[in-house]
Design a protein around this ligand. Structure first.
Ligand code: BTN
Length: 264
């Protein structure tokens, strides 16, 4: 069944997230639409939700598989008053909120976050997050946080190249899930963590994120630009950058990139 905007809006209890809800049947990308709305002055908390995307965007210029009426595709507009170098705190916060919503729906699964914000169940990706910021004269004007959550997609629906590495809530729990309930749970947790981040800073978000970090105690490989680095995961710093320790114990910080866990 397609989303019913009125029914969803009436069940949203938060103060900000979902204050305006744009429910669409088919879009190219909810992030693209949200960025356009943000530019046109849409208030913080505006959400774009779609049943289907024809050009879903993933991180690192990848695409996001977005078949109709089985998953969640949404983008949330934020207007944080933080310096640009702290923007990654928002993406980590979003990952934590999404991991909690996933965990609630799949309590029997091992739900973890892989830096920066892939949500995994038992090591397979169930949810991806793409944050895109608009800046104005060096200051953040808005951040659009796009979340794609595989809800009722069957194994055969995944692109063959993702079949072994991706999963859905249905695959993990053996039952269908209500996209509406998941959407509301996600918005509620997002609102809660965003408020904590705003009021108290990054410390509690960092702690919650680290408690779910899939990479703890593992060897990782990170690709950033043309560079590649391998070493032990050494946490995240106060800005949300990834810390990686080499053989000599020298720690480097990486602000953006693609990380994989090295299986030994
Ligand atoms: C990733 O590569 O892991 C990030 C995927 C993000 C996908 C979501 S789906 C809703 C929103 N709209 C997009 O075009 N992308 C994000």
């Amino acid at each position: 069944m397609q989303f019913d905007a009125m029914a969803l809006q009436s069940r949203l209890t938060g103060r900000r997230i979902g204050c305006r809800l744009h429910c669409e049947e088919t879009v190219d990308s909810t992030n693209r639409i949200a960025l356009e709305l943000a530019q046109a002055g849409a208030p913080e908390g505006t959400v774009v939700l779609a049943d289907r995307q024809t050009a879903g965007r993933g991180r690192m210029q990848r695409s996001w598989q977005s078949p109709p009426v089985c998953n969640l595709y949404l983008s949330i507009i934020l207007r944080p008053t933080i310096p640009q170098q702290e923007a990654s705190q928002i993406t980590l916060m979003a990952g934590l909120a999404a991991a909690e919503a996933v965990s609630e729906a799949c309590p029997e699964g091992r739900v973890g976050i892989k830096w920066p914000n892939d949500i995994l169940i038992g090591g397979r990706k169930v949810c991806g997050i793409l944050a895109e910021a608009r800046t104005d004269r060096g200051k953040i004007d808005s951040v659009v946080v796009g979340i794609g959550l595989n809800v009722n997609m069957g194994k055969a629906d995944f692109d063959p190249s993702h079949r072994e590495t991706a999963t859905s809530l249905r695959e993990e729990t053996g039952r269908n899930h209500s996209r509406e309930d998941l959407f509301l749970s996600l918005c509620g947790r997002f609102e809660g963590w965003y408020e904590i981040l705003e009021r108290n800073g990054f410390a509690a978000v960092r702690e919650g994120w680290l408690a779910r970090a899939e990479m703890t105690g593992k060897r990782i490989r990170v690709l950033f630009g043309d560079e590649m680095r391998e070493g032990m995961f050494a946490g995240i710093d106060r800005d949300g950058a990834l810390l990686i320790a080499d053989e000599q114990g020298v720690v480097s910080r990486i602000t953006a990139g693609d990380a994989t866990i090295i299986k030994e």
